[in-house]
Design a protein. Structure first.
Length: 742
């Protein structure tokens, strides 16, 4: 690439090498090499990042630039990065400076090589050979060619007439062999020049309907300086059958579009061609879309200027080859990395967002999926996570790095969503010190497919510095068939796009497939294609537990102790006299606490509330599939609206995931049969307590409320009630059998 790059050294002063990753640092070196600047400049600039600087590394990398192909990164890269750092070029803003993701082929007027045309009208030339070569490049010998040598004037402008179309290309080339262009096409006025139609005609006329094959399109610009046009046409690798100087202020590129007889295809390809040119700084005259359009005929003169055939068969060989080249040359895929080049200076790993290096769950910039059935409280769990990140506090049992969070709500009423956050803070007992770090984007009723949502999300969040973007839930934005691996892979790629362009972690939730999940691996429980489980860096799966009497009793005791402690602290009771290091305050018996408070009614009230809370609480097992960290032991939690709390009683560890005890391999031994009996009794007791809690003094309770208190689906709740034997379910309402008999 030629041109003035003297100011690139100044531009480097506005780029801090310590802020770049390895590939960006190499890209700067490639751009300097492509611009003809010395390696010493790259080495001197790199030394500013003395922590990562290695003597001799620049020279080793420099020697390999350009080997095996064209360098992909150009000076436009440095310009854009420097401008982002506040640099203003001394020569003014370039027309279309190339960005970091651009490649050398993404040309613009400011960066394409100039091709002088001043000498085109000097020296010997062969006009007949010019036109003959043009005809040979564009037409078969038996195809009719439209030519125009007569013109007329309108409002001071010279306009071509319809011309003639009787001769074939073969006839014209035979006559041109005698060396007289005028004898073949007719004489033309010197002030107007002559024209030719670049698509073959049927010999009956010169309109669109007379075009026999939509083979070529005309690319011409009167806005780009003529000395830049040929360089840009070559740099864009347009598949040109011929390139002609018009004898005026433009160059005509006759581009192969290869549309055959399909006019709709011709129109689409011309639109694609013109759009590509416009995107790369070549402003095309869009009036030239007509397939029977005239172009300048080579081999004639116009006001003393030659209409000169500059080249034939340049650029890509065909339209399809050009499309392939565009796809290959302008993809945004990163270059390969030689392991030998980075072995001694490996890039730093992203730091943990959730957890630590020794006990981590998710890194900054990575993806996490939370999967679980209905009523698991997944939205609450994600809101708890948003609060933990914003406050820099613990989530479940893992510390979170402090940062900003965007919570994208696709399902819940906006007011309910905001109230949930405040309820969560109250249940957690946290002061809302970091709530300015939580942004909520309420999209209920406004959800669009993820391929449309992703760019809008990126646009809104680009400068917000979010550590995490939470999307809840994804079924609202799924595009394609949930069970198709190909379509779900494309869908999940949108999360990669958000994570990469925003530098943020993307966290989203999805539902389980139907039916009991106990017999499946945790990573196979999410509904739809297995891509869901295999795509994210972290999968946390929530499965309901079949609670035993012991587990519920332990939760009653635990919650009762917490309530009593809070109540007696509020009463100002000091437990110092009775508490010991071995027992602690929470281990005091109910009678001891009641005696200290002198208020037995308060203690009984706390015990009753504990039982009610335990009856409605559900229990869940969280299992993790981690790509970046060692796996952790399953984490058992209680969900007591609106909060998930880690089980400290250790009784949940003895419970099975719902449906697990019903698997064939769980049956057959005496111990398993005894456990199965215990589980049945536990389910009966749970159904009893859930009904009592749900009916709230009424003889009947909605099945939905009973299911909510059991933490299971309506279908599973019906199974529990049927197994109990003492209940009847009619029209989604539950009552005792004796009440129904009455």
């Amino acid at each position: 690439m030629t041109g003035d790059h003297a100011d690139l050294e100044q531009a480097l002063e506005y780029i801090d090498p310590s802020t770049l990753d390895y590939s960006q640092w190499v890209g700067v070196g490639m751009a300097l090499a492509d611009s003809g600047l010395p390696c010493e400049l790259w080495d001197r600039w790199s030394f500013r990042d003395h922590k990562r600087y290695h003597s001799g590394e620049c020279e080793r990398k420099w020697a390999g630039f350009g080997n095996g192909g064209v360098t992909k990164v150009t000076s436009g890269t440095i310009v854009r990065m420097a401008e982002d750092g506040g640099w203003v070029p001394s020569h003014g803003q370039p027309d279309e400076a190339m960005g970091w993701d651009d490649v050398a082929t993404a040309v613009s007027p400011a960066w394409a090589d100039d091709v002088p045309v001043e000498d085109a009208d000097e020296g010997p030339w062969d006009p007949a050979r010019q036109l003959s070569d043009y005809l040979a490049a564009l037409f078969d010998d038996d195809e009719h060619v439209g030519v125009v040598t007569k013109s007329w004037e309108r409002d001071g402008r010279i306009m071509p007439q319809r011309g003639t179309w009787a001769k074939t290309a073969g006839q014209m080339r035979q006559e041109l062999a005698k060396g007289d262009v005028g004898a073949v096409v007719g004489d033309w006025p010197e002030d107007a020049g002559a024209w030719i139609r670049f698509n073959p005609l049927d010999g009956q006329g010169c309109g669109n309907s007379n075009v026999t094959e939509y083979r070529y399109a005309l690319v011409e610009s009167d806005e780009v300086p003529i000395e830049r046009q040929q360089g840009m046409i070559e740099a864009m690798r347009l598949p040109c059958a011929a390139v002609v100087s018009s004898g005026g202020k433009s160059i005509h590129a006759i581009v192969k579009v290869d549309a055959g007889t399909d006019y709709d295809l011709y129109r689409k390809r011309v639109e694609r061609l013109y759009g590509y040119c416009a995107e790369h700084g070549f402003a095309v005259d869009t009036q030239n879309k007509n397939p029977s359009r005239l172009s300048r005929m080579p081999g004639v003169t116009r006001r003393g200027k030659r209409q000169l055939l500059l080249a034939t068969d340049t650029g890509c060989a065909s339209w399809s080859a050009w499309e392939d080249w565009v796809a290959e040359s302008e993809d945004d895929l990163p270059d390969t990395t030689s392991l030998a080049d980075v072995w001694e200076c490996l890039p730093d790993l992203a730091t943990p967002l959730i957890g630590t290096e020794e006990d981590g769950v998710l890194r900054h910039g990575h993806k996490m999926l939370v999967a679980g059935p209905s009523k698991a409280g997944k939205s609450f769990l994600l809101m708890e996570l948003a609060a933990a990140i914003a406050e820099g506090r613990e989530w479940l049992r893992w510390p979170c790095a402090k940062g900003r969070v965007l919570y994208t709500n696709l399902e819940i009423d906006p007011a309910s969503c905001l109230h949930r956050f405040r309820d969560l803070y109250g249940a957690l007992g946290w002061e809302p010190d970091g709530i300015d770090g939580i942004d909520v984007w309420n999209l209920r009723g406004h959800a669009v497919p993820m391929d449309q949502l992703a760019p809008r999300l990126i646009h809104r969040a680009r400068d917000k510095g979010y550590a995490a973007v939470i999307i809840d839930p994804i079924y609202k934005v799924i595009t394609g068939d949930e069970n198709s691996a190909d379509e779900m892979a494309a869908f999940c790629n949108q999360f990669d796009k958000v994570a990469e362009q925003l530098g943020t972690a993307v966290i989203y939730c999805h539902h389980h497939s139907k039916g009991a999940q106990g017999g499946k691996r945790s990573m196979d429980r999410a509904s739809g294609s297995g891509v869901f489980a295999r795509d994210p860096d972290t999968l946390l799966d929530m499965s309901p537990l079949e609670l035993t009497d012991e587990a519920r009793g332990a939760y009653v005791d635990l919650f009762d102790a917490r309530l009593r402690q809070a109540e007696y602290e509020a009463l100002g009771v000091s437990a110092t006299d009775k508490a010991t290091p071995e027992r602690g305050y929470g281990s005091l018996t109910t009678d001891e606490l009641l005696g200290m408070a002198g208020d037995k009614a308060a203690g009984l009230a706390s015990l009753g509330e504990a039982k009610r809370r335990a009856a409605r609480a559900s229990a869940w097992r969280i299992e993790g599939t981690l790509r970046e960290f060692p796996s952790f032991d399953p984490l058992d939690v209680w969900f007591d609206y609106p909060l998930h709390t880690v089980d400290t009683t250790h009784e949940l560890a003895k419970c099975d995931v719902e449906g697990e005890g019903e698997q064939p391999w769980k049956k057959g031994t005496r111990g398993n049969r005894e456990n199965s009996g215990n589980r049945r009794e536990g389910r009966k007791q749970a159904a009893e307590e859930a009904f009592e809690a749900a009916r709230d003094g009424s003889p009947m309770a909605p099945i939905k409320d009973v299911a909510d208190r059991l933490g299971v689906s309506n279908k599973t709740a019906r199974r529990y009630l049927d197994e109990h034997g003492g209940f009847v379910v009619k029209d989604s309402m539950v009552c005792r059998k004796e009440a129904d008999d009455e």
